[in-house]
Design a protein around this ligand. Structure first.
Ligand code: ADP
Length: 202
Protein backbone atom coordinates (compact mmCIF):
# COMPACT_ATOMS: atom_id res chain seq x y z
CA UNK A 1 0.00 0.00 0.00
CA UNK A 2 1.08 3.56 -0.73
CA UNK A 3 2.04 5.86 2.11
CA UNK A 4 -0.97 8.06 2.90
CA UNK A 5 -1.15 11.33 0.95
CA UNK A 6 -0.42 14.07 3.50
CA UNK A 7 -2.95 16.90 3.42
CA UNK A 8 -2.72 20.13 5.41
CA UNK A 9 -5.83 21.99 6.52
CA UNK A 10 -5.41 25.57 7.62
CA UNK A 11 -7.33 28.75 8.18
CA UNK A 12 -7.25 31.55 10.71
CA UNK A 13 -8.59 31.25 14.24
CA UNK A 14 -12.32 30.53 14.18
CA UNK A 15 -12.43 29.79 10.44
CA UNK A 16 -13.87 26.32 11.04
CA UNK A 17 -10.89 23.93 10.85
CA UNK A 18 -12.29 21.78 13.66
CA UNK A 19 -15.75 21.82 12.09
CA UNK A 20 -14.14 20.41 8.91
CA UNK A 21 -11.87 17.86 10.58
CA UNK A 22 -14.69 16.52 12.81
CA UNK A 23 -16.50 15.57 9.61
CA UNK A 24 -13.37 14.04 8.06
CA UNK A 25 -12.78 11.96 11.19
CA UNK A 26 -16.34 10.63 10.80
CA UNK A 27 -15.39 9.62 7.25
CA UNK A 28 -12.50 7.55 8.66
CA UNK A 29 -9.65 9.96 7.93
CA UNK A 30 -6.71 10.10 10.35
CA UNK A 31 -6.39 13.69 11.56
CA UNK A 32 -3.51 15.22 13.51
CA UNK A 33 -4.62 18.46 15.16
CA UNK A 34 -1.69 20.82 15.79
CA UNK A 35 -3.73 22.69 18.44
CA UNK A 36 -4.14 19.46 20.42
CA UNK A 37 -0.44 18.63 20.01
CA UNK A 38 0.42 22.15 21.20
CA UNK A 39 -1.59 21.52 24.38
CA UNK A 40 -0.04 18.08 24.92
CA UNK A 41 3.54 19.34 24.86
CA UNK A 42 2.76 21.69 27.78
CA UNK A 43 0.56 19.32 29.78
CA UNK A 44 0.88 19.21 33.57
CA UNK A 45 4.25 17.83 34.65
CA UNK A 46 5.84 18.15 31.18
CA UNK A 47 9.42 19.47 30.92
CA UNK A 48 8.19 22.32 28.67
CA UNK A 49 5.62 23.44 31.25
CA UNK A 50 8.32 23.43 33.92
CA UNK A 51 10.40 25.80 31.79
CA UNK A 52 7.37 28.07 31.24
CA UNK A 53 6.75 28.24 35.00
CA UNK A 54 10.44 29.04 35.59
CA UNK A 55 10.24 31.84 33.01
CA UNK A 56 6.92 33.47 34.04
CA UNK A 57 6.60 32.33 37.65
CA UNK A 58 4.11 29.91 39.19
CA UNK A 59 1.27 32.41 38.61
CA UNK A 60 1.11 31.08 35.05
CA UNK A 61 -0.13 27.77 36.51
CA UNK A 62 -3.65 27.07 37.70
CA UNK A 63 -4.26 25.45 41.09
CA UNK A 64 -4.32 21.97 39.58
CA UNK A 65 -0.86 22.47 38.03
CA UNK A 66 -2.11 22.93 34.47
CA UNK A 67 -1.18 25.89 32.32
CA UNK A 68 -3.35 29.01 32.52
CA UNK A 69 -3.64 29.27 28.75
CA UNK A 70 -5.71 32.45 28.74
CA UNK A 71 -3.06 34.24 30.87
CA UNK A 72 -0.25 32.99 28.63
CA UNK A 73 -2.13 34.11 25.52
CA UNK A 74 -2.54 37.60 26.97
CA UNK A 75 1.25 37.80 27.59
CA UNK A 76 2.52 36.44 24.30
CA UNK A 77 0.09 38.25 22.03
CA UNK A 78 0.98 41.60 23.58
CA UNK A 79 4.77 41.00 23.68
CA UNK A 80 6.34 39.68 20.44
CA UNK A 81 9.63 38.77 22.15
CA UNK A 82 7.74 36.55 24.58
CA UNK A 83 5.97 34.86 21.70
CA UNK A 84 9.38 34.15 20.15
CA UNK A 85 10.65 32.70 23.42
CA UNK A 86 7.64 30.43 23.78
CA UNK A 87 7.75 29.29 20.15
CA UNK A 88 11.47 28.47 20.34
CA UNK A 89 10.61 26.18 23.26
CA UNK A 90 7.45 24.52 21.93
CA UNK A 91 7.68 24.41 18.13
CA UNK A 92 10.41 21.76 17.88
CA UNK A 93 8.46 19.54 20.31
CA UNK A 94 5.23 20.08 18.37
CA UNK A 95 6.98 19.25 15.07
CA UNK A 96 8.41 16.01 16.48
CA UNK A 97 5.02 14.84 17.70
CA UNK A 98 3.27 15.74 14.43
CA UNK A 99 5.86 13.78 12.42
CA UNK A 100 5.40 10.70 14.62
CA UNK A 101 1.60 10.81 14.38
CA UNK A 102 1.57 11.31 10.59
CA UNK A 103 3.93 8.36 10.23
CA UNK A 104 1.35 6.19 12.07
CA UNK A 105 -1.56 7.14 9.77
CA UNK A 106 -3.32 4.31 7.95
CA UNK A 107 -6.11 6.08 5.99
CA UNK A 108 -5.57 6.70 2.21
CA UNK A 109 -4.81 10.30 3.07
CA UNK A 110 -3.92 11.81 6.44
CA UNK A 111 -4.64 15.34 7.58
CA UNK A 112 -2.58 17.82 9.56
CA UNK A 113 -4.87 20.59 10.79
CA UNK A 114 -2.96 23.66 11.90
CA UNK A 115 -3.55 27.42 12.15
CA UNK A 116 0.18 27.91 11.45
CA UNK A 117 0.59 25.45 8.59
CA UNK A 118 1.82 28.09 6.16
CA UNK A 119 3.72 30.32 8.57
CA UNK A 120 6.57 28.00 9.49
CA UNK A 121 8.13 24.63 8.85
CA UNK A 122 4.88 22.62 9.19
CA UNK A 123 4.22 23.21 5.50
CA UNK A 124 6.94 20.68 4.74
CA UNK A 125 4.84 17.92 6.31
CA UNK A 126 2.11 18.13 3.64
CA UNK A 127 1.68 17.68 -0.11
CA UNK A 128 -1.73 19.32 -0.58
CA UNK A 129 -3.04 22.44 1.14
CA UNK A 130 -6.71 23.02 1.99
CA UNK A 131 -7.71 26.48 3.22
CA UNK A 132 -10.90 26.97 5.24
CA UNK A 133 -11.96 30.49 4.37
CA UNK A 134 -14.29 32.99 6.02
CA UNK A 135 -14.30 36.81 6.09
CA UNK A 136 -12.47 38.33 9.06
CA UNK A 137 -15.70 39.64 10.59
CA UNK A 138 -17.02 36.05 10.73
CA UNK A 139 -13.76 34.83 12.30
CA UNK A 140 -14.10 37.41 15.07
CA UNK A 141 -17.79 36.74 15.70
CA UNK A 142 -17.37 32.93 15.86
CA UNK A 143 -14.20 33.01 17.97
CA UNK A 144 -15.54 35.45 20.57
CA UNK A 145 -18.71 33.34 20.78
CA UNK A 146 -16.63 30.15 21.26
CA UNK A 147 -13.89 31.39 23.65
CA UNK A 148 -13.91 33.81 26.52
CA UNK A 149 -11.30 35.99 24.79
CA UNK A 150 -11.99 39.64 24.01
CA UNK A 151 -12.40 40.91 20.46
CA UNK A 152 -9.14 42.82 20.96
CA UNK A 153 -7.24 39.63 21.76
CA UNK A 154 -8.79 37.78 18.83
CA UNK A 155 -7.70 40.64 16.55
CA UNK A 156 -4.11 40.44 17.85
CA UNK A 157 -4.06 36.67 17.31
CA UNK A 158 -5.33 37.25 13.76
CA UNK A 159 -2.64 39.89 13.21
CA UNK A 160 0.02 37.29 14.08
CA UNK A 161 -1.48 34.87 11.51
CA UNK A 162 -1.16 35.04 7.75
CA UNK A 163 -3.41 37.50 5.89
CA UNK A 164 -6.50 36.00 4.26
CA UNK A 165 -5.36 36.74 0.67
CA UNK A 166 -1.91 35.22 1.19
CA UNK A 167 -3.44 32.09 2.68
CA UNK A 168 -5.86 31.74 -0.25
CA UNK A 169 -2.98 32.20 -2.70
CA UNK A 170 -1.25 29.16 -1.18
CA UNK A 171 -4.34 26.93 -1.33
CA UNK A 172 -4.66 23.84 -3.54
CA UNK A 173 -8.30 23.51 -2.39
CA UNK A 174 -10.60 26.00 -0.64
CA UNK A 175 -13.59 25.38 1.62
CA UNK A 176 -15.89 28.38 1.94
CA UNK A 177 -17.26 28.28 5.51
CA UNK A 178 -18.99 31.66 5.43
CA UNK A 179 -22.40 30.00 5.23
CA UNK A 180 -24.29 27.82 7.68
CA UNK A 181 -22.97 24.49 9.01
CA UNK A 182 -25.40 22.65 6.70
CA UNK A 183 -23.53 24.17 3.75
CA UNK A 184 -20.25 22.82 5.08
CA UNK A 185 -21.09 19.10 4.96
CA UNK A 186 -21.44 18.77 1.14
CA UNK A 187 -18.22 20.72 0.63
CA UNK A 188 -16.35 18.40 3.00
CA UNK A 189 -17.78 15.34 1.22
CA UNK A 190 -16.70 16.63 -2.16
CA UNK A 191 -13.23 17.47 -0.81
CA UNK A 192 -13.03 13.94 0.63
CA UNK A 193 -13.81 12.43 -2.78
CA UNK A 194 -11.21 14.64 -4.46
CA UNK A 195 -8.51 13.74 -1.91
CA UNK A 196 -9.26 9.99 -2.16
CA UNK A 197 -8.87 10.24 -5.94
CA UNK A 198 -5.63 12.18 -5.56
CA UNK A 199 -4.31 9.64 -3.06
CA UNK A 200 -5.19 6.73 -5.35
CA UNK A 201 -3.82 8.21 -8.55
CA UNK A 202 -0.41 9.27 -7.34
P1 ADP B 1 -11.10 26.70 14.20
O1 ADP B 1 -10.87 25.25 14.54
O2 ADP B 1 -10.65 27.05 12.81
O3 ADP B 1 -10.54 27.68 15.22
P2 ADP B 1 -13.86 26.02 14.75
O4 ADP B 1 -14.12 24.85 13.88
O5 ADP B 1 -13.66 25.79 16.22
O6 ADP B 1 -12.67 26.94 14.16
O7 ADP B 1 -15.08 27.06 14.53
C1 ADP B 1 -15.15 28.24 15.34
C2 ADP B 1 -16.51 28.31 16.01
O8 ADP B 1 -17.49 28.57 15.01
C3 ADP B 1 -16.94 27.02 16.69
O9 ADP B 1 -17.68 27.33 17.84
C4 ADP B 1 -17.81 26.35 15.64
O10 ADP B 1 -18.78 25.51 16.20
C5 ADP B 1 -18.46 27.53 14.93
N1 ADP B 1 -18.68 27.30 13.49
C6 ADP B 1 -17.87 26.72 12.59
N2 ADP B 1 -18.41 26.72 11.36
C7 ADP B 1 -19.60 27.34 11.48
C8 ADP B 1 -20.65 27.67 10.54
N3 ADP B 1 -20.56 27.38 9.24
N4 ADP B 1 -21.74 28.30 11.02
C9 ADP B 1 -21.83 28.63 12.33
N5 ADP B 1 -20.90 28.35 13.26
C10 ADP B 1 -19.79 27.72 12.84
Amino acid sequence: MNEPLRVGITGGIGSGKSAVTERLINLGVNVVDADIVAREVVQAGSPALEKIAEHYGDNILQEDGTLDRAALREIVFSKPEEREWLEALTHPLIGESIALQLADATSPYAVLSSPLLLEGSQREFVEHIVVVDVPESVQIARTTARDRNSEELVRSIMAAQMARDDRLAAADSVIDNSGALVDLAPQVESLHGKLLTLANTR
